[in-house]
Design a protein around this ligand. Structure first.
Ligand code: SAH
Length: 393
């Protein structure tokens, strides 16, 4: 199928030949009368067809969906969703004790601009591009026809992720089914997912494996879970036999969610307490040498490259504070989810923090995003979650 045409400058097709999915606006020589969200067909300056994608009037002007002439319709979405689902099933994410996972991770699943998380019978769909917004009903339809025995409800939640939300009718709503309970299971632990009001799709499924590693180290430790959001790391720490767990977040709503989730798994367990406080302030006044397992999982400090320098200062300050106060023999789980900050830059920020604290620090683990957040080999930018587990003597 050929859509409205976009013709590139000479030589600008090179990265597309290697299946990189983005076309920058500067690469475009000529285009038909295209609008945000339109399906477009890409051609070289010599007139050769390259592939089809979604157009958006921004610096990433086209997100490629296919490199052949197949139509981008419900059947196309069905095929991609099926492939994504088969992969999650094959790697063992659908079990009696685990029904929450990321079904579609944008470029990593060859569906740029689309994120879908599954919580039990509900799929939460997030569009990051106008094209995916316009395709939402096809996507919802394809979800029920391909995954109908798993997905009964489809909730669309893109009010905060779409670029020009004013111009798009991006109301959050159920596209299929409705509310059917909000308790999901991750590695045998239960949690409420507030997809209606929560951040992102309601829960951070990307820390699943890292929470499990923390559980492994938690026995007998005093655990401090900074930036806890819905408390994921806290309830794994409790199952792992932590002596005490303190969850901290600056949002009272997040703390309420954490308390509800702890109660769901460990009702009336006196080991847990929570504090609504700014992380930097909390670390400043916190008693020294009390906690011997600290998690730092802040929100993305750099949402764009322009914020990189400040972000690195932020990571250094935060980590230095924790490294100065952690008990000898303690473990620090420290993360960055900023796509604009790469592994080396993050490690350098933590290195500076360690030097500033003067502590002896060893890297025990280098962590990343789990397998249901795959990285297309053609799109290394898809790697965003970085973590280090440090042992502090
Ligand atoms: N660790 C969480 C995810 C963290 S998301 C998990 O496993 O699910 C980041 C959280 O940081 C959000 O809940 C946000 O409310 C909180 N936050 C943002 N700025 C903060 C600050 N300055 N101090 C404390 N918490 C903050």
């Amino acid at each position: 199928m050929i859509y409205k045409k976009i013709i590139l400058y000479k030589g600008k097709e090179e990265s597309l030949k290697r299946f990189h999915p983005w076309v920058f606006s500067g690469a475009i020589a000529r285009k038909d009368d295209v609008e945000d969200g339109d399906l477009v067909s890409l051609f070289t300056s010599g007139g050769d067809f390259i592939g089809n994608g979604h157009y958006e009037a921004s610096s990433i002007a086209v997100r490629m969906l296919s490199f052949d002439e197949s139509a981008i319709d419900e059947k196309f979405f069905g095929m991609r969703l099926k492939a994504a689902f088969e992969m999650r099933r094959a790697i063992g994410l659908m079990r009696d004790d685990n029904n929450s996972f990321r079904l579609v991770h944008g470029e990593g699943d060859f569906l740029p601009g689309l994120v879908i998380d599954v919580y039990g019978n509900t799929a939460v769909v997030q569009a990051h591009s106008p094209g995916m917004h316009f395709a939402r009903k096809q996507i919802a339809q394809a979800l029920t026809s391909e995954l109908g025995d798993v997905v009964k409800n489809v909730y669309y939640k893109s009010e905060t992720t779409l670029p020009y939300k004013a111009a798009l009718d991006s109301t959050n709503e159920y596209l299929v089914g409705g509310y059917e309970g909000d308790v999901a299971v991750e590695n045998g632990l239960k949690f409420h997912v507030d997809w209606l009001r929560g951040q992102k799709t309601g829960f951070f499924v990307d820390q699943r494996e890292n929470r499990r590693l923390l559980e492994h180290y938690a026995r007998g430790r005093n655990v401090l879970n900074m930036f806890c959001y819905t408390g994921g790391f806290s309830f794994y720490a409790m199952r792992g036999g932590a002596a005490e767990v303190c969850s901290v977040d600056s949002s009272a709503k997040a703390i309420a969610l954490t308390e509800a989730n702890v109660a769901l798994n460990f009702a009336d367990d006196a080991r847990h307490k929570s504090v609504t406080e700014d992380a930097f302030k909390f670390l400043d006044v916190m008693e020294k040498d009390h906690y011997d397992l600290i998690v730092l999982d802040p929100p993305a400090f750099a949402k764009h490259k322009s914020a990189l320098k400040n972000a690195l200062v932020g990571y250094r300050r935060l980590n230095a504070k924790a490294l100065m106060k952690i008990k000898s023999g303690g473990l620090l789980f420290t993360f960055s989810c900023s796509q604009a900050v790469n592994k080396e830059q993050f490690r350098l920020a933590v290195f500076s923090a360690a030097a500033q604290s003067g502590r002896k620090v060893k890297i025990l683990h280098q962590l990343t995003q789990p397998a249901d957040h795959p990285i297309s080999i053609y799109h290394p930018e898809g790697e965003y979650l970085k973590g280090l587990v440090l042992y502090v003597e």
